[in-house]
Design a protein around this ligand. Structure first.
Ligand SMILES: Cc1cc2nc3c(=O)[nH]c(=O)nc-3n(C[C@H](O)[C@H](O)[C@H](O)COP(=O)(O)OP(=O)(O)OC[C@H]3O[C@@H](n4cnc5c(N)ncnc54)[C@H](O)[C@@H]3O)c2cc1C
Length: 375
């Protein structure tokens, strides 16, 4: 495929099938983003699927109205491995002939698709938060990368640790767009019953050198992951204050742990931490064992997307608060009326003892919990 080819209006939605044949949330969100673009461009839609359960995914997405279904099937394509993922994606993009490829920004596609773009003489954009059609191309922040822009299609993404949003377009094709999870509602499915589509399987050779990387097992973090809940309505942030001497001159770590874990269990909030708190373990100090670096929110941590946030025992310094960019309603509890949150960074600051406030809040939530809910 060369850049001189006339640009067609075919989109390829590229997904990998889960081992159990279900369609995961990032994929469903990408379906939403792709269908919106398809409708605005009046483009035709192809779907490319990878993995041995590709046909289950095709059946689940049948109502999306794609005109062509392609798959690279077989167990060799189930494992997340650069060589086979890239080979499958390359074959699908070539067979489709699409000028624009949209895929979820999973770690798997983020690793494989830049190489595929290179092989095809195209371009890739990662961490895309919006795909825009027919926007105001003259608006501030718009960049036309790589020559005259293709009419209509632009992507938005953030730079400089989520401080600057750029809207850009590209002339090169194929243009591979990786859509960040958490930016679109998951596709709800079609309303009418649709029979499973006819899937055209592509034969992709898997010589031994493509399978040199073998998955021998999965090591998940022992703590932390179950308290990071990207879908939660509320982000609960714990700061280093939970580990500091309190008014009685003592440290109350065991109580801090009990209060925080009970709140997370009762509210199903997602847990975040300040850098000072998550660094303590590395410095050999007394720590809250369920907090890891995966929880760190901020400039050198994550920038999660939740509707509300509650910060506790955290000072609200800028390198931390920059990670709250996508938190719409912000509240904080701090003993210090002059803390960072008081300086326009929170909607509400409770100048209070977080131990006391959270104990009372937990009591309140416990009382509200339906009697049938297990403790
Ligand atoms: C380059 C760089 C990058 C950084 N990146 C990050 C980042 O990604 N994320 C991040 O978090 N930080 C980051 N930092 C560090 C950041 O500047 C702060 O040092 C850090 O956020 C402070 O953490 P903290 O507020 O939990 O702790 P502290 O500053 O120690 O604040 C503890 C707070 O707890 C309060 N407190 C104590 N007891 C109670 C109580 N009983 N009730 C209520 N409040 C109480 C105190 O009043 C105090 O305000 C970065 C710094 C630099 C230089």
């Amino acid at each position: 495929m060369s850049n001189d080819q006339p640009m067609d209006q075919t989109l390829l939605l590229l997904l990998h099938a889960q081992p159990d044949g279900t369609v995961d949330r990032p994929s469903l969100e990408t379906v939403t983003a792709t269908l919106a673009v398809r409708d605005r461009l009046r483009a035709s839609l192809h779907v490319g699927l990878v993995g041995s359960r590709a046909r289950d995914v095709a059946a689940a997405l049948a109502a999306c109205g794609a005109s062509r279904w392609l798959a690279v099937e077989g167990e060799a394509f189930d494992a997340a491995r650069y060589a086979t993922d890239a080979a499958a994606a390359e074959a699908l993009v070539r067979a489709s002939g699409a000028s624009v490829v949209v895929a979820p920004h999973t770690s798997r596609w983020a690793r494989a698709l830049p190489g595929v773009a290179c092989r095809l003489g195209g371009r890739v954009d990662t961490h895309v938060t919006r795909v825009v059609v027919g926007g105001d191309t003259a608006r501030r922040g718009h960049h036309d990368v790589g020559g005259p822009s293709a009419p209509g299609l632009q992507v938005a993404r953030w730079y400089y640790r989520q401080r600057i949003e750029a809207v850009l377009t590209r002339a090169e094709r194929p243009w591979i767009i990786l859509v960040d999870p958490g930016c679109h509602a998951p596709w709800p499915g079609g309303t009418a019953a649709v029979s499973a589509p006819e899937v055209h399987a592509l034969a992709v050779e898997v010589p031994p050198h493509l399978q040199r990387t073998r998955i021998v097992g999965i090591e998940a973090p022992t703590s932390g992951s179950s308290t990071i809940r990207p879908d939660a309505d509320l982000l609960f942030v714990a700061g280093a204050g939970w580990t500091k001497k309190q008014a009685d001159g003592q440290v109350h770590l065991a109580e801090a742990e009990q209060i925080i874990l009970e709140f997370l269990e009762l509210s199903q909030a997602s847990l975040g931490g300040s850098k000072s708190l998550v660094d303590l373990s590395g410095e050999g100090q007394a720590v809250l064992p369920f907090l890891t670096h995966l929880h760190q929110v901020g400039q050198t941590g994550s920038t999660p997307r939740h509707r509300k946030g509650l910060s506790t025992c955290c000072h609200g310094e800028e390198p931390h608060v920059v990670g709250w960019r996508f938190i719409t309603e912000r509240r904080a509890i701090n003993l210090d009326p002059g803390c960072g949150w008081a300086r326009g960074k929170a909607d509400v600051l409770y100048v209070a003892d977080a131990f006391e406030v959270m104990r009372r809040l937990n009591e309140h939530l416990r009382r509200r919990r339906p009697a049938s809910t297990p403790a």
